[in-house]
Write a protein that binds this ligand. Structure first.
Ligand SMILES: Nc1ncnc2c1ncn2[C@@H]1O[C@H](COP(=O)(O)OP(=O)(O)O)[C@@H](O)[C@H]1O
Ligand SMILES: CC(C)(COP(=O)(O)O)[C@@H](O)C(=O)NCCC(=O)O
Length: 327
């Protein structure tokens, strides 16, 4: 359903691999969504700690959870088709493996909020109550290793991650392994937590959230193409917004954290509670200008075209347009 009546634009839309929908067109799909939110669930979503508008949940994220629920069902039907085709040659029926969803986008665009919300909404569906969420920051190299590699001011750039370990982790979960574990990153200490692991035990759905989840695979040492993280995704979402808006959200979050989490005596950023707000924000602006913005422009934004769904937010975080891949 192209959102235009102009014939030329319509032809372009017909040739595009995406169906472009306005917020109004998308939210109308909510009518077809069974399982509307109950008052109790609305309360529980508030408890997630995110200041998210509940109309936004109903209009945007609820239809999205229905779309994903349909995809999970269709993927399971495909597995049935594969079993029918393979018969005994497949060494027994292929059993269900987790449905994997990637959530990509800039630092501070709202990936974590989107992923947490999707986790809560998807778990309401009787077909897939067990939804796990993993953030890729656990696969950043520890600070000591980043120092050694001269990458301390490149945190979040593709080379600051152990990409092989991250791909192996998702491949292991996708293969149906009973237990797979990942390292844990702490925003408090700004480093990997020594000895701590997050264990995933055969969930129905795994959400993998991070800046670089849609990056193409690294070539192997022999120059041959390898499987990349996105090869294990059944669906991917790119959260998009104007760079100027994302910068404002980044600075807003920094200001809020300065009044809360940074006050913790163990916080890496505690020093920014001891200086004036202007000085602290100058530092945050520098981080944005020298690390997060160039990373967005050079590495993150170029992967947008690989996503199944692009959510385009306005300055108030409300999703204004959606592009859904049809091919
Ligand atoms: N849908 C939303 N409505 C209102 N505020 C939001 C929404 N999504 C994110 N935010 C706010 O924007 C900032 C960045 O969001 P966050 O999810 O932490 O981003 P990321 O994980 O991409 O770094 C946070 O302050 C968060 O509370
Ligand atoms: C930890 C991050 C790299 C995000 O990682 P992700 O979970 O997307 O893999 C980012 O939040 C970060 O800390 N960037 C470094 C620059 C800064 O402190 O803003």
């Amino acid at each position: 359903m192209p959102s235009t009546t102009d014939p030329q634009q319509r032809r372009r839309a017909d040739n595009s691999p995406y169906v472009d929908l306005t917020r109004a067109q998308w939210s109308a799909l909510r009518e077809k969504t069974p399982l509307p939110l109950t008052a109790d669930e609305v309360e529980r979503l508030r408890g997630l700690g995110d200041v998210i508008d509940l109309d936004e949940v109903r209009d945007v994220y609820l239809p999205l959870s229905r779309l994903l629920n349909l995809y999970v069902g269709a993927t399971s039907n495909l597995r049935g088709a594969l079993n029918t085709f393979l018969g005994d040659a497949g060494g027994g029926p292929q059993t269900g493996t987790p449905f994997v969803i990637g959530v990509a986008g800039s630092v501070a665009v709202g990936k974590s909020t989107t992923a947490r919300l999707l986790r809560a909404l998807l778990a309401r569906w009787p077909e897939h109550p067990r939804v796990e969420l993993v953030t890729t920051d656990g696969f950043l190299f520890p600070n000591a290793e980043l120092h050694r590699r001269g990458l301390m001011s490149r945190k979040g750039f593709p080379e600051s991650y152990d990409r092989r370990a991250l791909t192996r982790f998702v491949a292991d979960v996708k293969s149906g392994r009973a237990e797979v574990s990942a390292p844990v990153y702490s925003h408090l200490i700004y480093d990997i937590v020594p000895g701590e692991r997050l264990t995933v035990r055969r969930p129905d759905i795994l959400i993998v959230e991070g800046l670089n989840v849609l990056q193409p695979a690294l070539p192997g040492k022999d120059g041959r193409t390898r499987l990349g993280l996105a090869d294990f995704f059944d669906f991917s979402v790119y959260v998009d917004a104007r760079t100027e808006d994302i910068e404002k959200w980044y600075l807003g979050r920094f200001r809020k954290l300065r009044e809360t989490a940074f006050q913790n005596p163990f916080s890496y950023f505690r020093k920014y509670t001891q200086v004036s707000e202007d000085e602290a924000l100058d530092y945050a602006r520098k981080m944005w200008r020298t690390i997060n913005k160039p990373n967005l422009q050079q590495n993150v934004a170029p992967t947008r075209g690989r996503a199944n769904l692009v959510l385009r937010k306005g300055p108030d975080h409300k999703v204004q347009r959606l592009s859904l891949r049809k091919l």
